[in-house]
Design a protein around this ligand. Structure first.
Ligand code: PGA
Length: 244
């Protein structure tokens, strides 16, 4: 796991976008990307859209897997994972819907949704590049503390803290007690992982991810054993890290 501390959120976002661009440029074959949909990657999405408009990158050989979503929300519900991705990224970079594979978190049969995404990931031979945020409790996607390191996609009861923090994505009070997410095994098997973290609210989780024990109690610590994982963060998120 390689940590990189940048001076600001803007620098972190530019650096993340550049790494995604380089990854796509160097890929010989079609690639499968998985981008988190929280607040953290929004700056990276803006930088990627700008690069796309300037002709510095295109996404023709990319397909996309949704990382997670709040159970009960459709793709058209503002604040939901898919809605956010459409409105912050997909709608601006010419990706046809057939190449976007997201959970339908409003489906009556969530087990089928889980199965569908597991099948897509298997069919694409896994995720090539995952760009993730990290939760204050160390979650990746909605893999909360205690999630098995060998887990695939599943439906999850969310911690109270995750439900409370999640209200920030919505303009009215929401019930956010369950999530649907790809599993830690699928994240750990991605060819390359970029974790982005900014702000002091993430400092504790970043420390646990990088300096803490390899333990299911901190889901993100699974990445300590990933052969190609970079963590890009601003100084606030990095403030508790041990000097190396
Ligand atoms: P955020 O969410 O990017 O909105 O901080 C990250 C997460 O909870 O995984």
């Amino acid at each position: 796991m390689s940590p990189f501390v940048l001076n600001s959120y803007e620098e972190m976002s530019e650096e993340a976008a550049q790494r995604v661009i380089t990854f796509i440029q160097q890929a010989q074959d079609p690639v499968t990307l998985c981008f988190a949909s929280g607040d953290t990657p929004l700056g990276m999405f803006d930088a990627l859209i700008k690069a796309y408009k300037q002709g510095r990158v295109h996404f023709e050989k990319c397909s996309f897997i949704g990382l997670d979503d709040w159970v009960g929300l459709t793709h058209d519900d503002p604040g939901g994972g898919r809605f956010t991705m459409d409105h912050a990224f997909f709608n601006f970079v010419g990706v046809p819907k057939q190449r976007i594979h997201f959970f339908n978190a409003a489906a009556s049969d969530l087990a089928l949704e889980v199965e569908k995404i597991n099948r897509v990931i298997d069919k694409q031979s896994g995720i090539d590049l995952a760009v993730l945020g990290i939760g204050r409790n160390g979650h990746l996607g909605f893999n909360e503390p205690g999630s098995p390191f060998d887990g695939k996609a599943h439906v999850v009861d969310l911690e109270t803290g995750t439900q409370t923090v999640g209200q920030k994505y919505f303009d009215h009070e929401m019930t956010l007690n369950r999530g649907i997410t790809i599993g830690l095994k699928q994240i750990a098997e991605a060819g390359q992982v970029l974790v982005l973290a900014n702000g002091k609210s993430k400092a504790q989780a970043v420390k646990a991810m990088i300096d803490g024990p390899y333990s299911e109690r901190c889901p993100a610590s699974i990445l300590q054993r990933h052969p190609n994982c970079q963590v890009l963060m601003d100084q606030e998120a990095a403030q508790l890290l041990e000097e190396k």
